[in-house]
Design a protein around this ligand. Structure first.
Ligand SMILES: N=CN[C@@H](CCC(=O)O)C(=O)O
Ligand SMILES: [Zn+2]
Length: 423
């Protein structure tokens, strides 16, 4: 039982939240000045002006742990809807190679990139993956992120794809951060199938997807639809197979070259299309029409030193936008969603209000959790962050440092004074 008292500002993102926010709706934060929040068990019991919250607490006659949020900003636990967090090793040498002129795709085609993380992940035991991933989850939590999506895709053969997804399932049970799993066996064509990519697609559709579904290891299916990786036609085959087995489609689309990925996302009814740095105007129009969520990853554009997605164009066209770190060992090795939020504002010109919407309720929609998380409303899960910031604008102004002070996950304080408390 926790009473968060006297917050300078509370970002509630209060509803209607049955659909992801678009256009001007992305700027409606449901702000409360001098707010209070009461958490009971794993649930939010009350959100409103602090005087009313105090009366609620006094009338209940119960004992509450009090968190004083005077002068602070309170917001929903942040949601990261696109990560590749389960992997072994790191790839810092590639940064040096890219600084000397090699491109991301050249490194991958020469056997590095995703292939090198695949080799390390195949070698790693489940236990080793748990240890490495747990550390990343601790960092996410310290940056205010209470729920993430986690993709497989560094196994690229049945037993190792299952291993990655089992690690995500185990950590979802053991760690305060909630993980929502996505099967991404079609992340790259593994070296052993280089001569026959269609045979690998068949392995994904006929063997891996049924096995993942049989064990209930994933809710979503994703594919890297990109020139030199999987064609739009192969991507369609993978995502349609996923659908037949109950896995909802997501797609890595138009990241490096325009490849009609946005159009494909709309056509097959994808929940989200992700990256979209080079999406066409037609792709944007089709996504807006079908309500496909654009999950944008400005940390990846920053780290790959390339032009970010055209967020303004998408918002103005009515596409619901969410933001994510893309945490992975190659193109975005950070757990700092707040830094990615800074980049969204400073490199894609999203407003501070749009940025918060994109990392809370819209991100929750992108992983099918908007009924439970992404806003501070009575009855929802008690996932709350207190920032050392006097108002929400300040989050995008004081950039590059971690302003997270307290994190409450399912009604339990898991970060205090910016550090994990419950290990
Ligand atoms: N683009 C494809 N997949 C990841 C990167 C994976 C890697 O480089 O290991 C991404 O979303 O950025
Ligand atoms: Zn990705």
């Amino acid at each position: 039982m926790i009473y968060i008292r006297n917050a300078a500002q509370v970002v509630t993102m209060a509803g209607p939240n049955d659909k992801p926010r678009t256009g001007a709706g992305m700027s409606e934060l449901g702000l409360i000045e001098n707010g209070g929040i009461v958490l009971e068990g794993e649930t939010i019991a009350f959100v409103g002006p602090d005087e009313e919250a105090r009366r609620y607490v006094e009338a209940s006659g119960r004992e509450y742990e009090v968190i004083d949020a005077s002068g602070k900003l309170v917001a929903p636990g942040l949601v990261d809807p696109h990560t590749h967090v389960v992997f072994a090793g790191s790839r810092e040498k590639e940064l040096n190679m890219r600084l000397q002129g090699a491109t991301y795709m050249e490194i991958m085609n020469a056997g590095g990139g995703i292939h090198s993380s695949t080799a390390r992940t195949r070698e790693a035991s489940e236990e080793q993956l748990v240890i490495e991933t747990r550390k990343r989850l601790d960092r996410f939590l310290e940056h205010g992120v209470t729920t993430i999506e986690a993709k497989s895709g560094y196994g690229l053969r049945l037993e190792d794809e299952l291993k990655q997804l089992r690690v995500a399932r185990r950590l979802n049970e053991e760690h305060p951060v909630d993980l929502v799993s996505t099967f991404m066996g079609a992340h790259a064509v593994p070296k052993e199938y280089k001569a026959d990519p269609d045979a690998y697609v068949k392995l994904v559709t006929d063997v891996m997807i049924p096995a993942v579904a049989a064990e209930g290891l994933a809710e979503y299916c994703d594919v890297f639809c990109e020139e030199g990786v999987f064609t739009p036609e192969q991507s369609r085959v993978v995502l349609e197979a996923g659908k037949r087995w109950g896995l909802k489609p997501k797609i890595h689309a138009d990241e490096i070259e325009p490849y009609a990925g946005g159009e494909l996302a709309a056509e097959i009814g994808a929940v989200s299309a992700e990256h979209l740095l080079r999406v066409s105007d037609e792709g944007i129009r089709a996504m807006a029409e079908k309500g496909v969520i654009a999950v944008l990853l400005p940390g990846t554009a920053f780290f790959l030193m390339t032009k970010p997605a055209e967020a303004r164009k998408m918002i103005e066209a009515g596409v619901p936008v969410a933001l994510s770190t893309d945490r992975n060992p190659g193109s975005c090795p950070t757990e700092s969603l707040p830094f990615v939020m800074n980049l969204a504002c400073l490199t894609m010109k999203m407003t501070p209000a749009e940025v918060l919407t994109a990392c809370t309720i819209n991100a929750a929609h992108a992983i099918g959790r908007a009924g439970r998380i992404g806003s501070l409303e009575a009855g929802k899960q008690a996932d709350v962050v207190v920032f050392d910031a006097p108002n929400y604008l300040y989050l995008q102004y004081h950039y590059g440092v971690n302003l997270v002070e307290t994190v409450v996950k399912k009604g339990k304080t898991v970060v205090a004074d910016g550090r994990r408390t419950d290990r």
